[in-house]
Design a protein around this ligand. Structure first.
Ligand code: C5P
Length: 223
């Protein structure tokens, strides 16, 4: 493998239901790389504080190191993590800077789990801006609120969860607002990220687009 002038990370950021998780997972499968969904960290922390009955109006008093120490593969694989209510809770705890600092150490540590020929494909909100500003390649995946709500709505329907399209759109907008407006590591486009609007693309087309950029960069690196 060539020496990386940057860290071996493909950062895929963007708002909820933009399709970033789907494409990130496929990229990791395609190239035999490691995938990590950073949203699961915030969701798991949300669930832990719910289980511990932490008062949400006093998040400033929480000992976040103790909470983060409770993250383990069982908690991270809990089926309820994917519930929209947990996503909303995740976006509330995600605004707490002290928690983000703890999770930053956790995420940076993931690099030590890679073998020398692997990349870490990671999706989230701040991967290319804060966690790995030196990522080898960065993407920002987005889509209109209408399209994202539509996608989330049909995905929920398949899982037997029934909400109106209007409710789903309202929840997405509330989450977008929190993620975009928070002080600490808000969702934003990194200056060196490739912006891909998936509003009019199929999942396959999004995948092919990302592969195109990755292949071009790999080719250049090995030339
Ligand atoms: O991506 P997902 O919807 O699972 O993320 C849940 C919430 O966790 C997001 O709405 C966001 O507030 C937070 N998050 C974050 N930074 C990340 C990943 C997720 O703040 N890197």
């Amino acid at each position: 493998m060539f020496a990386h002038p940057t860290v071996p990370v493909i950062a895929i950021d963007g708002p909820s239901a933009s399709g970033k998780g789907t494409v990130a997972r496929r990229i990791a499968d395609e190239y035999g790389w490691v995938y990590f969904d950073s949203g699961l960290l915030y969701r798991a922390v949300g669930m832990i504080i719910l289980t511990n009955q932490v008062d949400l109006s006093h998040l400033d008093r929480v000992n976040w190191a103790t909470i983060v120490a409770q993250l383990n593969p069982v908690v991270m694989a809990h089926p309820d993590l994917k519930l929209e209510s947990v996503g909303q809770l995740a976006s509330r705890v995600a605004a707490v800077e002290a928690l983000r600092t703890q999770l930053m150490y956790f995420q940076c540590n993931l690099l030590s789990k890679l073998s020398s020929d692997q990349f870490l494909v990671m999706d989230g909100r701040d991967i290319g801006t804060v966690i790995f500003p030196d990522a080898w390649l960065k993407f920002y995946i987005t889509a209109s609120v209408g399209v994202r709500a539509q996608r989330r709505h049909s995905e929920m329907k398949k899982r037997g969860v029934h909400h109106t399209l209007e409710e789903v759109a309202k929840d997405l907008e509330a989450r977008d607002f929190r993620d975009l407006s928070r002080q600490s590591a808000p969702l934003k486009l990194a200056h060196d990220a490739l912006l891909i609007d998936t509003s009019h693309l199929t999942a396959q087309e999004v995948f092919q687009r990302l592969c195109y950029f990755i292949d071009a960069k790999l080719k250049k690196a090995f030339a």
